[in-house]
Design a protein around this ligand. Structure first.
Ligand code: SF4
Ligand code: SF4
Length: 92
């Protein structure tokens, strides 16, 4: 066996602050954008729950996409229980 060490002798690991994704606008990664059909949206916020970016926001009584942060992954469209979100090609 090699030399044994206790946890007190191991160097401290690094740590990363949480919530840093807000500092990086990922909207320019997008090739498709989610568009919400407000005639179908039931405001359940499932899209907010699944969105990996801070891109689903509430504005007053409406659920909106913040296109500065939306990277166009399509998870929200996949998870929306009433299929209120369509992914449409991004205009170049
Ligand atoms: S998941 Fe669909 S129905 Fe629910 S808030 Fe989002 S867009 Fe609206
Ligand atoms: S496409 Fe992806 S990043 Fe954009 S709002 Fe939907 S889940 Fe969030």
């Amino acid at each position: 066996m090699g030399t044994s060490v206790t946890w007190r002798e191991i160097d401290l690991g690094g740590s990363v602050a949480g919530g840093t994704s807000e500092n990086y606008k990922t909207g320019n990664w997008r090739v498709e954008r989610p568009v919400i059909d407000y005639g179908k949206c039931v405001k359940c916020l499932i899209c907010w729950l699944y969105c990996p970016e801070p891109a689903i926001v509430r504005r007053g009584n409406e659920v909106r996409v913040d296109y500065d942060y939306c990277k166009g992954c399509g998870i929200c469209a996949e998870e929306c229980p009433v299929k209120a979100i369509s992914m449409v090609p991004e205009e170049v």
